[in-house]
Design a protein around this ligand. Structure first.
Ligand code: ADP
Length: 540
């Protein structure tokens, strides 16, 4: 709609300026035509002036016209292309003429009065369908006595004939608004004051702001026309030209189409731009909302994570306390038991069993010390001294400690040791504790398995020794977490389940400059301790 309005403005502007240019051209054309007519008529006017001073005519008026005079007038008429040249007496009666038939006719009083007053007068007349303009001039004696009048008539059709052919109708209206001269025969003899359908001049005003007209048939081939006029006072004629505005309208229509197309294209581009901006704004909005949501969610998660950490810390603490209590309660209960037994045996005077029981109490106390030491080591990450030891002996020892339990649990265990000793730099008790932990873990993992096989093998390859412990148990549930402190899948009530074993083991092995790793097998799990061989550590 806006595009159309813009194009309409362009059209109106183009039309206005086109019409203005047409009007200018029309005025030029009109002045050309009027100049031509004035020039044509001024010839006849001059002729009347010249003839008024001709002695032959003066003589003829005093004496009487003869045949020679008539020939003389006919010569002049032919030479100058006049319609007639008449000589009239002071009463207006034509006494001689280039057309003899006119002799005896009367010159109009208007022409006579002016001419006898020594003025050149003219009139436009229609005589038997012939349109004439007559110029009259008085002839006088030397002492100004009027002798008569000479009248030169020009035929309009002859003048029109000399005009160049022009596309625009040009019409000269006389004082009565009758079309008197025109370059279109069909526009002659028509009155502007009568209606077109009653013999009037066929022109109709067109509606619209540009004062356009339309000529009636048959001169209507031009379409809308501009009507320009010019009054020619010396001839008492008003000239009108009807210039077609079709080229201006055509050009304006073209501009309209162009403007409309351009406006539509601009509109389309604008619409696309607006749409894109909306889309961008929407996307920006959306991503801002999304960002805000993500931030809020992240904050929530962080909070939840924080809470979870707190909760798991508490839970871990709980588990730790429960685990410690459990671990310590067992030896304490045993100590109590052994002490009771010892007392009873002592009461009975049996010293040997008392000694046995005291030894057992000592064992339990050592066990408790070990547990407490482990906890301390874990808490303080204490660096304890290392010494060259036999890895082989450590493995053998640890294996020996669990061998009975393994057999009791129905585990088919095999120990594979190298022939040569494998010396490493480590803490004997701590390394044994680690191996023991791996063995008991394996045993625990196979508790519910039907297939219970344990393979413990120590190898030394190149610069390191490796102990692998393979079982056919349940497999590791979460291999990434087994070395985390307090990570356990075991019940707290069971003999183990502190979740500290592997995390301590890892710390210990790392202290010895080695590695502890694990992986799942097709059935069961494999744990591997790698330690640098003593020769190598000493070399370094
Ligand atoms: P705990 O034995 O007190 O649970 P650990 O740190 O020794 O603590 O072990 C942590 C966890 O690692 C165990 O609870 C168990 O889930 C897993 N794990 C350890 N050894 C094995 C194994 N041989 N097979 C399967 N899972 C194991």
């Amino acid at each position: 709609m806006l595009s159309f309005a813009a194009a309409w403005v362009v059209y109106q502007n183009a039309l206005s300026s086109g019409i203005a240019a047409t009007a200018q051209a029309g005025q030029v054309r009109l002045s050309e035509v009027t100049s031509t007519l004035r020039l044509q008529l001024s010839g006849f006017r001059t002729l009347a002036n010249v003839l008024a001073n001709e002695p032959i005519l003066q003589t003829a008026l005093v004496t009487a016209p003869d045949a020679e005079l008539r020939d003389w007038l006919a010569d002049f008429q032919l030479t100058y292309g006049a319609w007639h040249i008449d000589l009239a007496d002071p009463q207006g009666r034509i006494i001689a003429s280039s057309g003899p038939a006119r002799e005896g006719q009367q010159v109009t009083p208007r022409l006579m009065a002016a001419a006898l007053n020594a003025r050149l007068e003219f009139e436009h007349v229609r005589e038997g369908g012939v349109r004439l303009t007559r110029f009259a001039r008085g002839l006088f004696t030397a002492d100004h006595v009027p002798l008569g009048v000479v009248v030169v008539s020009a035929e309009m059709a002859a003048l029109e004939f000399e005009w160049p052919v022009a596309p625009e109708p040009v019409v000269f209206f006389d004082a009565d608004n009758q079309s008197f001269i025109a370059n279109r025969p069909e526009l002659l003899g028509l009155s502007l004051t009568a209606a077109p359908d009653a013999g009037g001049f066929p022109i109709l005003r067109q509606p619209g702001p540009h004062a356009l007209w339309r000529l009636g048939p048959p001169a209507n081939s031009q379409g809308d026309v501009l009507r320009l006029e010019r009054f020619i006072a010396p001839l008492d004629l008003r000239a009108e030209i009807f210039v077609s505005v079709a080229p201006a309208q055509e050009a304006a229509r073209l501009r309209f189409a162009l403007a409309l197309a351009t406006a539509l294209v601009i509109g389309l581009i604008g619409a696309i731009a607006v749409q894109q901006r909306r889309q961008l704004a929407f996307e920006a909005d959306y991503s801002a909302t999304l960002e805000a949501r993500v931030e809020a969610r992240t904050a929530e998660l962080r909070k939840a994570q924080g809470e979870l950490v707190e909760a798991s810390k508490l839970a871990a603490l709980g588990r730790l306390s429960a685990g410690i209590s459990h671990e310590l309660n067992q030896p304490l209960a045993a100590i109590l038991n052994f002490a009771e037994n010892g007392r009873k045996f002592l009461a009975k005077g049996r010293v040997d069993p008392v000694s046995d029981n005291l030894a057992l109490i000592g064992d339990q106390v050592r066990r408790m010390t070990r547990i407490i030491n482990n906890l301390r080591a874990f808490a303080r990450k204490e660096v304890m001294p290392t010494e060259p030891i036999s890895f082989r002996a450590v493995v053998e020892n640890a294996y020996g400690l669990v061998a009975a339990d393994l057999a009791k649990a129905g585990v088919a265990a095999s120990l594979s040791l190298p022939d040569d000793d494998v010396d490493v730099l480590a803490g004997r008790v701590r390394l044994e504790q680690v191996v023991l932990n791996l063995l008991t873990n394996a045993m625990d993992a196979m508790a519910t398995s039907t297939d219970k096989n344990l393979l413990v093998s120590l190898d030394s390859t190149g610069s390191s020794a490796a102990l692998t412990v393979r079982d056919t148990g349940s497999g590791i549930q979460d291999p990434d977490r087994v070395f985390e402190p307090f990570y356990t899948t075991k019940n707290l009530g069971a003999s183990q389940g502190l979740g500290l074993g592997l995390s301590l083991a890892l710390g210990i092995i790392q202290q010895f400059g080695g590695q502890l790793s694990c992986r799942n097998l097709a059935q069961g799990a494999e744990f591997k301790i790698t330690l640098p061989l003593l020769e190598d550590t000493q070399d370094v």
